[in-house]
Design a binder for this molecule. Structure first.
Ligand SMILES: Cc1ncc(COP(=O)(O)O)c(C=O)c1O
Ligand SMILES: N[C@@H](CCCC[NH3+])C(=O)O
Length: 433
């Protein structure tokens, strides 16, 4: 097993003159301006991730539909949209975020098992590229909504290839046990139904087998099944498919580098797609943003007990829920570079929330940190801010984007008044004096 990820490997976050920076900005300066906890994103890292992904698929017609669910801040979406990205969305909220950030509707694909008729209507009205349809009932509803509006909906059938992605049980999506997609054995009949129903145009086949994949083999199997199925639909049933949507899921380097990297993922896709005449749609989320973001926090207390030492931060599970939810491992890095030859201390890094699951790191061996110091929680650009809540009435942490030597608050911290502003008393609780 290779050693846990050293801080120096975080792409855009490195020590300069003994202080951790985001690109050219000392993180302490951002903490002073925005307060802690706060999210910090590197514009340069986002751009280089997108460019690398795009370059890997050079030579084959492709459309990168960034999966907004990983990080849907307007400044992040716009960074990708400016480079030509489309969007993979799962809700009307994400549709509105994509459009507001300037993603052209003809580059938007709409996934999700529970699309409402209202969501379909808004997306049809916007003129999105395709609906990734996940059930026969959804197909019927989409046909009705589109017909009533006098529109034609582009349809890609999301098939469930029944391949185990070998990832965490809570984030696998491509086996028959999961709610996602149409079982591949049933999908041929659903394709025929799509061709027969009004208001629909079958334009592609889609898949997405899970997230944080760390091996290429499940991709190979799933891609092969998808392409075989698409060829059968084209050659035997006469459907004209314009697009194959391979979904997302490419894993990133949290604790240990995954053996699947962009090059091998892309090679597997190219091999499977050889000779396919259409466009390949890709829906990377995590891979595009994880390394480009950190959560910046300040140590409030160091509590030394008889069994454990707790480093208590001002960031908590309501900010970053991944450790509590998936036992996820994130690097925790002191902002002041530890002196050469520093020792290590085994600590639990926790937040102030009243739950024992409010952990950022358990049993972590790290350089000692003291009260008042800043720490960066790394690889937090994906599924960080988007999964945050206000549990314990903690306002959502602000988001900051850095570009070179400049930084900007791209979502502010709500005031306490704003946080409670939409609560109302019931009429019978209002007493007139
Ligand atoms: C349909 C779909 N596409 C794309 C993604 C993005 O996945 P990831 O962030 O793992 O690339 C997801 C999330 O797992 C998804 O459900
Ligand atoms: N939210 C998850 C992954 C699920 C991806 C969305 N289908 C994570 O933090 O890793």
């Amino acid at each position: 097993m290779p050693p846990a990820r050293p801080p120096a490997l975080l792409d855009a976050f490195a020590y300069q003159a003994g202080r951790l920076h985001a690109e050219g900005v000392p993180l302490s300066k951002i903490a002073d301006a925005a307060g802690t906890p706060c999210w910090v994103y590197s514009h340069g890292a986002l751009e280089s991730r997108y460019r690398a992904f795009d370059a890997a698929f050079a030579g084959i017609p492709h459309l990168i539909c960034y999966a907004l669910k990983a990080n849907s801040n307007q400044a992040v979406i716009k960074t990708f949209a400016d480079l030509g990205a489309g969007a993979d969305i799962v809700s009307e909220g994400e549709l509105r975020r994509a459009l507001a950030a300037g993603v052209p509707p003809e580059r938007i694909v709409f996934a999700g098992v529970g699309k409402t008729a209202a969501e379909m209507a808004v997306a049809l009205d916007a003129g999105i590229l395709q609906f990734n349809v996940e059930s026969d009932q959804e197909l019927e509803r989409l046909s009705q909504v589109a017909s009533q509006m006098g529109r034609t909906a582009g349809v890609a059938l999301r098939v469930n290839p029944d391949v185990d992605a070998g990832t965490h049980a809570k984030i696998t999506t491509g086996t028959a046990e999961n709610k996602f997609g149409i079982e591949i054995d049933q999908a041929r009949a659903v394709a025929a139904r799509t061709a027969a129903l009004p208001g629909l145009k079958l334009s592609g086949i889609a898949m997405h087998i899970g997230s944080q994949l760390t091996s290429v083999e499940p991709y190979r199997q799933a891609f092969a099944r998808l392409v075989d199925f698409a060829r059968m639909l084209m050659n035997e049933d006469g459907h004209k498919l314009e697009r194959l949507d391979l979904g997302g899921g490419l894993g990133v380097h949290y604790q240990h580098a995954p053996p699947v990297d962009l090059a091998s993922y892309c090679a597997a896709a190219r091999e499977a797609l050889a000779g396919f005449p259409g466009t390949v749609v890709l829906e990377p989320g995590r891979w595009m943003v994880a390394d480009a973001g950190i959560l910046l926090a300040r140590v409030q207390y160091v509590k030394r007990g008889s069994l454990k030492t707790f480093v208590i931060l001002d960031a908590a599970m309501n900010d970053l829920i991944r450790p509590a939810l998936y036992d996820a491992w994130h690097p925790v890095i002191p902002v002041v570079e530890p002196a050469a030859g520093h020792g290590l201390e085994t600590v639990d890094v926790v937040g102030p929330i009243c739950e024992s699951s409010d952990v950022i790191a358990t049993g972590r061996s790290m350089p000692p940190v003291a009260q008042g110091e800043l720490v960066a929680i790394g690889v937090a650009g994906a599924y960080g801010a988007v999964m945050a809540s206000t549990y314990n009435s903690r306002p959502l942490a602000p988001e900051v984007m850095v570009k070179g030597g400049a930084f900007s608050v791209v979502r502010s911290r709500p005031s306490y008044d704003e946080m409670i502003a939409s609560d109302r008393l019931a009429p019978w609780q209002i007493h007139r004096t």
